[in-house]
Design a binder for this molecule. Sequence first.
Ligand code: SF4
Length: 393
Amino acid sequence: MPTLTLPRWLSKAPAAAPPSRASLRIGIPRVLNLWSTHQFWMGLFGALGIDPRNVIFSSDTSEEQGRQFGKGRGTVDCCYPVKCISGHYGELVFGQKQKLDILFSPMIYTLPSFMSGHVARTLTCPRVMAAPENIKAGFLKEADVFAEAGIKYVTPFVSLDEPPLVPKQLFEGFQDVLPGLTRAEMAQAVGEGYQALQGFNDRLRRKSREVLEWCAREDRACLLVLARPYHMDPGIGHEIEVDLQAYGYPILWMQYFPTDPDLMDWAFGEDIRAGFIKSPFDIRDVWPSSYSSNTNEILWGAKVAARIPWIACVIRLSSYECGMDQPTYTPVQQIIERSGTLFFSFQDLDSTKPAGSVKIRVETITHYLEKYAREIIARKKAAMAPGCPLAQR
Ligand code: SF4
């Protein structure tokens, strides 16, 4: 029997089989603009053959999460929604019963927005975009924590509002971690990601329209929340809107406000015909430097709140040290208050829920609503053109 030489023996040795995609476990920090793009990523990973049960999102932000998993790994950012990401990374690296293979934290440069094409740009906040690099530093200080845990850190730069660029950006980000990945496959998966995101957004907008139609039918007040998507995180927005909803007022989030042509035409048609704006999603009349996606949407939300009679009150949320929100405080408040709509702002939110002061303010808001909502709705109805499509059914 011939004896194998060393090179031949090595060539015959079975290569370590790459883990099949279905068994790969991908962790995603539930932070920042993942709150508005998660369905894109779920659609994408599903199309790439990842089992949805193996896509693990970190928990909602909490002080305990930060203490247990993020302590000692802080980096220089002082804005709270970025600072708390260390706890999310730590939870995904150290807090899983079953180890992850990949920690996925995209550097999102532009956001898909219903305002795209009507505004200058749809950029993310620079702190949001750079956060994956910034937070990573805290996990490389003494040693590469990801490598020690056998986790690949994947952080592709991605321009989500420029779909033609996305397949290339994500192929480059994933080619070393997803076995057998091809460019064509990634292009197909990106398409499915966009479809999933669109389907989700459409569903929520339809729900919001149902709420508004109910308010119009019953002549009842609802509240609109103007905030960044991550204020939906109970640890960032502190569920202030939930406390208000407990008093029986329906809550709408600006991100999922209905954008149906009939409603938009009723709300903005007059301004378009008068030449003040070019489309319902044009905000040049109130915010000419329309570069930042979430900021643009907040300004648009203020305009829409001013026009819809049943939005009797707007709740504005913003986080501690948010440089992007600072210049918007006055215009947003003025647009809303000049329409006679109630406006309440919770600024500088950070890790601790100021429970006592929130309780007092929630009681104040509901007191004002009980006293003035009917009058506000009637006044706003009188100021708008007849034929509101919300009141037709
Ligand atoms: S928009 Fe404000 S809160 Fe959000 S990351 Fe940027 S600075 Fe921080």
